[in-house]
Design a protein around this ligand. Structure first.
Ligand code: DGL
Length: 259
């Protein structure tokens, strides 16, 4: 089984991309809805939650772990990798790879939660590969609650996205990384507001491709994963809003387990 976790609903964009890329693989998803959001918590707290989430997924039989949360990936990746004897994937390096490939002049924008942007992880990774890159980051804390509320087509959301993107637009970025698992849901709107010449990088799709590549390169690992195409969605607190948004995101009639 592929174990995927997020602070809540956003990581389902990664689960959806993994399902599309690897339709026959068994997936277990954990949304830590009782403790969401992670994006405005301290690194210490996010590390603790990430370790607990991973332990749960491993107990359920996950053989690889996907941290489908940029905030957890930014601050807890090393801790999770050291603690557990399983391959652990984060969602940051695949997005960085895709951005470096897409960018023509190395002017790269990154949007994410406060904790992700504060960690500086995207900037460090991009500069390690391309020291001359201009990296311009902007925290967008209001976008997570707007997605959770399903305010995808509201004019207020469009206004907020425009305001957040304005400083990146003036820097003339040519590539924009969606550094939060909620943002792919707003991808069309973000693309409209940043302009069609900017390549928008969705970390969900690039992460799914990187997992698929790793499995191709490691047949032993691939052989340990189930192949019935099942998807279990577990949450630490189940609300009607979660069910509605999750079904809309997955475009599947999944059932949910409270754990
Ligand atoms: N999943 C988080 C991320 O990708 C966003 C939601 C949260 O703040 O917990 O950063």
């Amino acid at each position: 089984m592929i174990g995927i976790f997020d602070s809540g609903i956003g990581g389902l964009t990664v689960a959806r991309a993994v399902k599309q890329t690897l339709p026959r693989r068994d997936i277990i998803y954990l949304g830590d809805t009782a403790r969401t959001p992670y994006g405005n918590k301290t690194a210490k707290t996010v590390v603790k939650y990430a370790l607990e989430n991973t332990e749960f997924l491993m107990r359920q039989g996950a053989k690889i772990i996907v941290m489908a949360c940029n905030t957890a990936s930014s601050v807890a990746f090393e801790a999770v990798r050291e603690e557990f004897d399983a391959p652990v994937f984060e969602v940051i390096s695949p997005a960085v790879e895709a951005a470096l490939e897409a960018s023509r002049k190395g002017a790269i924008g990154v949007i994410g939660t406060r904790a992700t942007i504060r960690s500086g992880v995207y900037e460090k990774m991009i500069k390690a590969r391309l020291p001359d890159a201009g990296v311009h980051s902007a925290p967008c804390p209001l976008l997570v609650p707007l997605v959770e509320e399903g305010w995808l087509k509201k004019p207020e959301t469009a206004m907020i996205v425009k305001k957040y993107l304005h400083p990146l637009k003036t820097r003339q970025i040519d590539t924009l990384i969606l550094g939060c698992t909620h943002y792919p849901v707003l991808k069309d709107l973000i693309q409209r507001k940043i302009g069609k010449r900017v390549r928008v990088i969705d970390s969900a799709e690039s992460s799914a491709r990187s997992i698929a590549r790793t499995l191709e390169e490691n047949p032993d690992l691939a052989a340990r994963l189930g192949k019935n195409g099942t998807l279990r969605v577990c949450v630490s607190d189940l609300t009607e809003q979660f069910k509605k948004t999750a079904r809309g995101l997955l475009k599947m009639n999944v059932s949910f387990e409270t754990v």
